[in-house]
Design a protein. Structure first.
Length: 334
């Protein structure tokens, strides 16, 4: 077959293979992050094929504080600083359903027990729930903000870092096991702390995200649907044996550019389990995905994912049968 005919028939596959090879070569240079060109090729190669080393299954679930939850009758009258009764109900439900570990990608910096004129017991239910689940719960903290002392004491946890490490092109492709603060303190990250709580093998110092599907395709459920569900068997079916993360997925908050930017956006899926409606949510910013490639090439910018979806990282993938050159481990998130 003449080369021109071969190229015409197979140019897409050849271009994808070349892009993947270039991205793989760039990743061998170290774990200092990828520049815009290498990052573009790496992200493109992830979208071209979904085969990854490691196991299958869905070991992680997300409970999202979304717009519908905030507007629900049970939550609409409460500012977020006063949601501790809701968090208590959620945490009790998740632990009773057999979740391996629960991580809050939320910084509980303020305790409503301090409200002037109050009885100092507003957060009591959440504090009790944290105490019961202290061996399974992880609270988020930032470099200069952590959980209020009552929450930290109840959970026996000063908080795990939710700080993220961006590549030079501004995309979140790497996760660290520990984050070093300005004072030199090395804090475990949320991902590493959750693996420890779930009694899984320790997280390597650095992993590179290599999702086989869009990050927001991780099973995600609306907060209000979970706390309304009184069917314990339904909750057990959804959360038993999983690491569960809790955070927001609001389109206007805490967005991060991620390596799944060239993948099609996940679709929502209505489902009823037992007596409960527990829909799986789709993209938190619908309609953004079709614009990603165009925006990335024209302005070196892409639409983003909520930061919480950067954290789910199961066990480090098993190595393939044949040896490979040393590269940063990759977390498939699925």
């Amino acid at each position: 077959m003449p080369w021109s005919d071969f190229w015409r028939r197979h140019h897409r596959a050849l271009a994808t293979i070349a892009a993947g090879a270039l991205a793989a070569g760039a990743s061998l240079l170290g774990d200092g992050g990828l520049n815009p060109v290498d990052g573009f090729l790496y992200d493109l190669s992830l979208a071209a094929a979904d085969r990854r080393p490691g196991g299958s299954g869905e070991p992680v679930a997300v409970v999202a504080l979304d717009r519908e939850s905030l507007e629900a009758d049970e939550l609409a009258a409460l500012p977020r600083a006063l949601l501790s009764p809701v968090w208590a109900k959620l945490l009790n439900g998740l632990t009773e359903s057999g979740a391996k570990a629960v991580g809050f990608d939320i910084i509980f910096e303020y305790s409503a027990n301090r409200i002037p004129g109050g009885d100092g017991r507003y957060d009591r239910e959440f504090l009790v729930a944290l105490g019961r689940a202290h061996d399974r719960v992880v609270l988020g903290r930032a470099a200069k903000a952590g959980p209020a002392p009552p929450f930290a004491a109840a959970a026996s946890d000063g908080g795990a870092s939710v700080e993220l490490l961006l590549d030079p092109d501004g995309v979140q492709r790497r996760m660290m096991a520990r984050f070093r603060t300005e004072t030199g303190e090395a804090l475990p990250t949320l991902a590493a702390a959750l693996l420890d709580r779930a009694k899984q093998p320790p997280m390597p110092p650095v992993v590179r995200l290599a999702p086989a599907a869009p990050l927001e395709a991780i099973p995600t459920y609306r907060l209000i649907d979970v706390i309304r569900c009184a069917d314990k068997n339904a909750l057990r079916e959804v959360f038993a044996g999983k690491i569960v993360l809790v955070g927001t997925n609001l389109a206007e908050e805490d967005r991060k550019r991620t390596p799944d930017r060239f993948m099609p956006e996940p679709q929502a899926r209505a489902q009823k389990i037992g007596d409960c409606r527990l829909d799986r949510l789709g993209a938190s910013d619908p309609g953004a995905a079709p614009r990603r490639a165009y925006l990335s090439m024209r302005r070196r910018y892409s639409m983003s994912s909520p930061a919480i979806w950067c954290s789910p990282c199961r066990n480090p993938p098993r190595p393939p049968p044949r040896p490979l050159p040393p590269v940063p481990p990759r977390c498939s998130a699925f």
